[in-house]
Design a protein around this ligand. Sequence first.
Ligand code: ADP
Ligand code: MG
Length: 611
Amino acid sequence: IALCEAKESPPAQPTRAPELRFNWKLFWHFLHPHLLALGAAIVLALGAALVNVQIPLLLGQLVEIVAKYTRDHMGSFVSESRKLSVQLLLLYGVQGLLTFGYLVLLSHIGERMAMDMRKALFSSLLRQDIAFFDAKKTGQLVSRLTTDVQEFKSSFKLVISQGLRSCTQVIGSLVSLSMLSPRLTLMLAVVTPALMGVGTLMGSGLRKLSRQCQEQIARATGVADEALGNVRTVRAFAMEKREEERYQAELESCCCKAEELGRGIALFQGLSNIAFNCMVLGTLFIGGSLVAGQQLKGGDLMSFLVASQTVQRSMASLSVLFGQVVRGLSAGARVFEYMALSPVIPLTGGYCIPNKDIRGSITFQNVTFSYPCRPGFNVLKDFTLKLPSGKIVALVGQSGGGKTTVASLLERFYDPEAGSVTLDGHDLRTLNPSWLRGQVIGFISQEPVLFATTIMENIRFGKLDASDEEVYTAAREANAHEFISSFPDGYSTVVGERGTTLSGGQKQRLAIARALIKQPTVLILDEATSALDAESERVVQEALDRASAGRTVLVIAHRLSTVRAAHSIIVMANGQVCEAGTHEELLKKGGLYSELIRRQTLDASLTSTPP
Ligand code: ADP
Ligand code: MG
């Protein structure tokens, strides 16, 4: 993920940023179930802020009593100050309670919203067209689910809690300031904005530095991620040293940047400390002369000091908040972007042919197709192909000729631009896609993908309500039962992430079992054995031959030895059918197929010739 972000986001951001707008309507959709809680949180936060404004005033009165007592030594200090102290204690208690209340409410709302947003985003991502995923990096999609939702949530919470509090405190304290001493307030009103301006300028420089730091960290993480994730390749090429150096180089520039940031923050902190202290001193000095001139009470000066500190702190946190709001809005825009996107090919809806009527004959009629992410490049041109019910048809041709594309169209991962694909005379576009993929077509590809769960669950992926018995039967059919049973945990063996703990042949047999358990009418084998060694190929081929009996089968292969048994062989070139017939017919014809055969037997004899 980090790798993708580090490499992808710098070029992607500038092109995407301007058009990406925050979707307020969707935000409202997620917010409105929590309006009551939100209202309560706002009221509590406002209350807490107002109490915060009150506290310095009371403190000032208390100081006034202390001052009076030190001056006159008359009456009882305790009895005079008791009422005020109790009031203050009460206010502290109320303030604590209110803070507790609105934080609990906000975290409730924030977490609920984040969960709902993640759910909605995940399900809308899962529903997108395959073409969508061709154009996107998975890492980016996942980071929308994680980082962006997280960022949006914390911004939202901050805006309500801190933003509301800070605003109220600024306004409230300003009111009390001007009531306490208009003159001092005027002085503050001149100095504070100037200081804030300088601070904001420095702050934005620091933020930029911090962003660069983050990017550099992501770059370093990317290097580590790539090296650790592909450790076999690194080992095989003895590249440990080079990877180490690459990581070290990235880390070092990371460290430099971070130190620079650290120095910047230190300078900022030092300067702002000086500024704040000078302001306190200035207030005391000017206020003191007012007190000396009987224009201000000592206690009021105290109140003024505390209140002005509150204003300064609140304004500082508002400026931080502003940056957070900008980040939160753009994170939210990224989260909502794909929620509003609806796929061209729906997942469900459409006709389901009743089980007894399915024959499984398939026709590609004058299909023209180009991938949406590469428009204008026709992978299939006026392509016509018939898969008769219950027969095996082999599709051969050069790599890149469009064979897998044919399979993808049959799965309806894409729709053709012109022409049609039909199943038993029904255009695929009128059929229910989930039913088609889930129950009619079994697809076995060159590189089977397994999920990081048990073998049992992996096979059951083909049919969620399958009984254990059905799983065993499918595994037997796929020549997999034996090797599964030989594992100590049998069917409960957990396969590693992407099935790394199994051999290629074993993975492929699990994939076959997974496809067979749904008893598909149509079977697509896309180079199903071409990644396997000779021995595994034999076992897998045996399973495939058995599975092919009685089904409509499309065998895609470049190794021609595997397609001889097919009822007919189609040779593809340049997105069109250029020859069709049985093995013998095509050999006799002496065209492309016999040329391919000649070349492959030549290769085979060359590689197997004893030295
Ligand atoms: P084959 O299976 O015969 O090797 P494919 O059907 O996989 O060939 O690919 C046919 C052509 O389509 C190739 O030129 C390939 O680069 C292109 N292609 C395949 N998949 C995609 C995709 N998802 N997006 C864009 N182009 C693709
Ligand atoms: Mg292919």
